[in-house]
Design a protein around this ligand. Structure first.
Ligand code: SF4
Length: 365
């Protein structure tokens, strides 16, 4: 594909229109109120694969507990994972924690300023490095996420592409984004382009009448956007076993939890409800059915109430088990599914969340 060279006048016009639109229309999000590098870093990691509405809530709780990079580095990993519960894809939390440790111990607690140095840290790829460097430090570097890709493809009338031309198209998009990024306000410009994709140039229903760059758009909504791959379905069943508290000096109820072995590649160390030996649950024993979407799979999860006496015989013993007080369970590193079930069973406070969008790789149920 030939290199695209937009006219200087068009570039200047797009920059001005996008920056003006962003200054008037940007959403009031907590990480925009205090744009220090650490909080931007946390928000960018959380926003990968998770909806903004969910991140807003979890971000504020996380920052209240870990207000600085050093406080995050000093925390036990299980505490970090517990605060990540509800966001899913725990590998992100582990990498964030690992990188915070490295920065605290090897770099004197100073997060690098350049995108090049940021990319050396665990869990920080090209996108996150560019976002932190441009927003927090004004580095003139383009940020290209899925929203930016869609906006630029529609602006230029580029087909969403097939596997055959995918790499060439990706390079074209990156090249155009690099030419467009504003040299005076790179952070705001990048956020403007992403915000336009998130709120106006929507995947299925672009709001072209509200678009600040419609005058330069070659498609104005008449553009095919690649559809998401079809979700697969899977059925599993877990036991919800609750008893009266027995531990000294403790009252209330306890729930049986099992820790996923550290040797697993997916969600190692997290606590979940024991898996039932049989996924077939009689209707009168069914406590609830929960849908839990992870990656490209919709899990339909049957939850059966199981007495303490039956728990061992009816479930698969795969890891360390503990009877945990409900209060303690709320602060543990639970899987998203376990937290959802305990919340829907009114054992834990808070609204259940279907927070997680499918992602191409990472943790799975
Ligand atoms: S005019 Fe429509 S299709 Fe073009 S960039 Fe704006 S919202 Fe997207």
């Amino acid at each position: 594909m030939a290199k695209q060279n937009p006219e200087p006048a068009k570039i200047a016009r797009l920059r001005r229109q996008l920056l003006e639109w962003y200054s008037r229309n940007r959403r009031d999000l907590p990480w925009r109120r205090n744009p220090d590098p650490y909080s931007i870093w946390v928000s960018e990691i959380m926003l990968q694969q998770t909806r903004v509405a969910v991140v807003v809530d979890r971000y504020q709780i996380f920052l209240a507990r870990f207000p600085t990079l050093v406080s995050l580095a000093q925390a036990p990993e299980q505490d970090v994972l517990a605060l990540w519960s509800g966001l899913g894809y725990y590998r992100r939390a582990r990498m964030l924690h690992k990188a915070a440790n490295f920065v605290a111990n090897q770099l004197g607690g100073n997060l690098p300023a350049s995108s090049e140095a940021l990319r050396m840290l665990p869990g920080i790829g090209a996108y996150t490095a560019a976002a932190i460097a441009s927003i927090a430090h004004g580095e003139v570097i383009a940020v290209v996420d899925g929203n930016v890709e869609r906006v630029l493809c529609r602006l230029e009338g580029w087909s969403a592409g097939s596997r055959a031309n995918g790499t060439a198209l990706k390079h074209k998009i990156e090249d155009l984004a690099a030419q467009l990024v504003d040299s005076v306000h790179p952070g705001d410009f990048n956020q403007a382009l992403m915000e336009l994709g998130a709120t106006v140039c929507l995947p299925r229903n672009p709001q072209c009448l509200m678009c600040p760059v419609a005058g330069d758009c070659k498609t104005k909504g008449e553009h095919k956007t690649a559809l998401r791959p079809r979700m697969q379905s899977c059925e599993v069943a877990h036991a919800l076993s609750v008893r009266t508290g027995r531990q000294p000096n403790r009252s209330g109820r306890e729930v049986l939890l099992e820790q996923r072995p550290a040797s697993l590649t997916v969600m190692p160390g997290l606590w979940e409800l024991p898996v039932l030996k049989s996924a077939a649950v009689p209707a009168k024993k069914l406590r609830m059915t929960v849908r839990h979407a992870i990656m490209q799979v919709n899990y339909y999860v049957r939850i059966r109430t199981v007495s303490e006496d039956d728990a061992e015989a009816m479930t698969v013993a795969a890891g360390e088990r503990r009877w945990v007080s409900i209060t303690e369970a709320g602060g543990m590193a639970l899987t998203g599914l376990a937290r959802k079930v305990l919340t829907r069973a009114h054992l834990l406070a808070g609204a259940p969340r279907d927070a997680i969008a499918p992602e191409p790789a990472g943790d799975v149920l």
